[in-house]
Design a binder for this molecule. Structure first.
Ligand code: ADP
Ligand code: 5GP
Length: 210
């Protein structure tokens, strides 16, 4: 029988580097699944429907929401985003560790479902000036969209104290290593069994002289 996977939540103010970090972490660590959210936002250049997001119009999003298909959902920067309940359940049941790339409102909804035992990480930029530089440098958003995302960044950073881990993305490689370390520690069952399960007993033959 497969062991159910561990759920991870990762949030950050837009432009902090979460997508860049996650791509590297997922390339380095096998057994991680990315939960592809539904959104009413229009795709950016290079984004692929079904890989980066399921891009849907507002009526379709509302139908899914009303049907209870979302584990969590939120309005972020004037668009709607939601996590498919059934897709996450399937991945966890298959024994995969699942990454939810969601905002602070969605994170709070998922954390409130205690039996999910999600481990949460918040990625911080080294400064607001650097955040603005990264948003402009990415070249994907208009000045108006960048202004809105910077305004929201302050509110999001203020909520970051509720996360299990806060990681500053200054040097990219260091941030990637820190995120990997959190995932590996959660996988190792250190200190508390995964999903609250008791830790496995050591066989007598180990002679437990500790
Ligand atoms: P997010 O997913 O958090 O919105 P992105 O991963 O798209 O952010 O990163 C925003 C921009 O910042 C991208 O152009 C990316 O290449 C750049 N970036 C990410 N991490 C760093 C870093 N540590 N130092 C400098 N630039 C970075
Ligand atoms: P972006 O438009 O830059 O891809 O994402 C904007 C914000 O929406 C990010 O903070 C991202 O984490 C968040 N987001 C993406 N998918 C979901 C989701 O399914 N639920 C929630 N609550 N937020 C999401």
């Amino acid at each position: 029988m497969s062991v159910p996977g561990q759920l991870f939540i990762i949030s950050a103010p837009s432009g902090a580097g979460k997508t860049t970090i996650l791509k590297q972490v997922m390339a380095d660590l096998p057994g991680l699944a990315f939960s592809v959210s539904h959104t009413t936002r229009t795709p950016r250049a290079g984004e692929v429907n079904g890989r980066d997001y399921h891009f849907v119009d507002r009526p379709s999003f509302e139908r899914l929401r009303t049907a209870g298909d979302f584990l969590e959902w939120a309005e972020v920067h004037t668009n709607f985003y939601g996590t498919s309940r059934s897709a996450v359940a399937e991945q966890l049941t298959a024994g995969l560790d699942v990454i939810l790339d969601i905002d602070v409102q969605g994170a709070s909804q998922v954390r409130s479902i205690r039996e999910l035992a999600a481990v949460s990480l918040f990625i911080l930029p080294p400064s607001l000036t650097e955040l603005e530089k990264r948003l402009s440098g990415r070249g994907t958003d208009s000045a108006e969209v960048i202004r809105l995302r910077l305004e929201n960044a302050l509110r999001e950073i203020a909520a970051s104290g509720s996360y299990d881990h806060r990681i500053i993305n200054d040097q990219l490689e260091e941030a990637v290593e820190m995120v990997k370390a959190v995932i590996l520690a959660a996988r190792s069952h250190c200190g508390r069994g995964r999903n609250g399960d008791p830790l496995p007993e050591f066989p007598d033959s180990l002679g437990a002289r500790v």
